[in-house]
Structure formats: structure tokens, C-alpha cells
Write a protein that binds this ligand. Structure first.
Ligand SMILES: NC(=O)c1ccc[n+]([C@@H]2O[C@H](COP(=O)([O-])OP(=O)(O)OC[C@H]3O[C@@H](n4cnc5c(N)ncnc54)[C@H](O)[C@@H]3O)[C@@H](O)[C@H]2O)c1
Length: 248
């Protein structure tokens, strides 16, 4: 039987990049997947792709910063597919600038999507998971949580996600719900494709493995954390970064 057979997974930011790779990877492993995204067009493209390869993924339009939108999505997912067993808090954005030029608006939006979005989506399902005695929450930090010039908003949000992960892991440890976090290094998605080529190359030179990650290499770790092999792991942060977080 496939690893995630019978599981319902909710993946935020699931239409593109790492989230799409997670959604397709989970569906290949037997889960039924609700891919939520703010971008309707990307969702349609994603859904067509999933259908063309016969995978059980359904798209839901929604915004992780908006509690009403989340309630609407969760209600629809539960009615269509059943209660959520696995939540992947993946939706994220960057709005980079050096601190001196960072506006309060860009600070707030990046915290809202990355950190508050994780809080709100988790709040929408974790108590029910605990009530059923099973749940897997997989959050998304970043190598930038260690500090990165030009990303004070993003680094703060991604460091905050680590604190949130560890605290929830403790609060829910006895209820069958594990809470872990993946911290990807630079990964080849629209997020990094939007950077100037020169900045991308500069970054690649710093990576011990000498290349960006493919989204599927990050999604493979989500699959591990969602599956039976990770049943005794909670509160952990897994850096999946080609070695860039070690050495100096
Ligand atoms: N790409 C990288 O190098 C990298 C590195 C470290 C961490 N991450 C993190 O991994 C996650 C996925 O990144 P990616 O590279 O696939 O990015 P991406 O931009 O390719 O995809 C992000 C997805 O999130 C969706 N999204 C944005 N705001 C949303 C909102 N308010 N509500 C719902 N959906 C929303 C977007 O529409 C998009 O489909 C993010 O949390 C990102 O911060 C990425």
C-alpha cells in the first residue's frame, strides 16, 4: 500500500514551485491532496497537470492571511475530501530590501503571509487532528532564518516559524500530532527565478553542492516527515540546503 494511502493533505501555496511538487508527490504516495493557492490561474494550470497524470489533487482558491478565506477552504475540503490529516504550511512570499529602505508595508505583508498564515492555517485544523489522535504539520522556514542581507522581513518571519514549530510540537506531543519544519536552501522556483541573474549566480557560488535544489528534492523530505518513518520526530528543523548552513 502506498505510504500516504487514505490520508487527506492540505498544502498551502500548492499551485506552484515547492508546494506543487509536494502536492504531486503526496498524491503519488496515495494521499488525496487539497492544493490551496491565492493565484487562481496557477491553480488551474496545476490542476490540469495533476489531472493529466491521473493524480488525486484538487485546487482551492484562498488566502492564508485571511481567516474567513481559510474557514471557507477548510469547510470545502472537509466536505469534498474529509478531515485534514496532514497540513503543509508552504505559502510564502519575499519582498526584499535593505533595512534602511524596507517599508512597514513590506515588513507586515511578509510576516502576514509567511508567519501569520502558518498560525492561522494551523489553528484551523490542529485541534481536530488532536481530537482524532493523528496529525502531521509541516512548516516552511528557510536558510534565510539564519540571517540574510536584504531580507529582514523574510528572515524574521522564517525564524518565527521555527519558534512556532518547536512550541506547537511541545503543546501537541501527547496528542498524536507532530509539528516539524523544513528549511530549504535556494530552490529553483519562480521565487528564485525572480531574482536578478547576477544575484542568483552569486548565491549558487556559495552553495557547497554548487547548484540550486529542485523542488522535488525538497518535497521528498516533506514526504518523509508525513510518513510512518518519521513517527517519533517532532519539533525538528531540517535544513535541506546543499550544505550551505554548515561550515564557515
Ligand atoms: N525557492 C526558494 O529558494 C526557497 C528557499 C527557502 C524557503 N522557501 C519557501 O518555500 C515556500 C515555497 O516557495 P517557492 O519557492 O515554491 O515559491 P513560489 O513563489 O514559487 O510559490 C509560492 C506559492 O505560494 C502562493 N501564495 C503566495 N501568497 C499566498 C497567500 N497569501 N495565500 C495562499 N497562497 C499564497 C503563490 O501564489 C505561489 O503559488 C515558501 O514558504 C518560501 O518562502 C523557498
Amino acid at each position: 500500500m502506498s505510504e500516504l494511502h487514505g490520508r487527506i493533505a492540505w498544502v498551502t501555496g500548492g499551485a506552484r514551485g515547492i508546494g506543487a511538487a509536494v502536492s504531486l508527490g503526496f498524491a503519488k504516495a496515495g494521499a488525496t491532496v487539497a492544493a490551496m493557492d491565492i493565484d487562481d490561474k496557477a491553480l488551474q494550470t496545476f490542476q490540469t497537470k495533476a489531472e493529466s497524470v491521473g493524480l488525486a489533487c484538487r485546487g482551492y482558491q484562498g488566502d492564508v492571511t485571511d481567516a474567513a478565506s481559510i474557514t471557507q477552504v477548510v469547510t470545502a475540503v472537509e466536505a469534498d475530501l474529509g478531515p485534514v490529516d496532514i497540513l503543509v504550511n508552504n505559502a510564502g512570499i519575499i519582498r526584499d530590501n535593505m533595512f534602511r529602505n524596507m517599508t512597514a508595508g513590506d515588513w507586515q505583508r511578509v510576516l502576514d503571509v509567511n508567519l501569520t498564515g502558518t498560525f492561522l492555517c494551523t489553528k484551523a485544523v490542529i485541534e481536530a487532528m488532536a481530537g482524532r489522535g493523528f496529525g502531521r504539520i509541516i512548516n516552511t522556514s528557510s536558510i534565510s532564518s539564519l540571517g540574510n542581507r536584504g531580507q529582514v522581513n523574510y528572515a524574521s518571519a522564517k525564524a518565527g516559524i521555527i519558534g512556532l514549530t518547536k512550541t506547537l510540537a511541545l503543546e501537541y506531543a501527547r496528542s498524536g500530532v507532530t509539528v516539524n519544519c523544513i528549511a530549504p536552501g535556494a530552490t529553483d522556483t519562480e521565487m528564485t527565478q525572480s531574482l536578478p541573474e547576477e544575484a542568483r549566480q552569486r548565491f549558487v557560488r556559495k552553495i557547497p553542492m554548487g547548484r540550486l535544489a529542485d523542488p522535488e528534492e525538497i518535497a521528498a523530505v516533506h514526504l518523509f516527515l508525513a510518513g510512518g518513518a518519521a513517527s517519533y520526530i517532532t519539533g525538528q528543523v531540517l535544513f535541506v540546503d546543499g550544505g550551505i548552513s554548515v561550515g564557515f
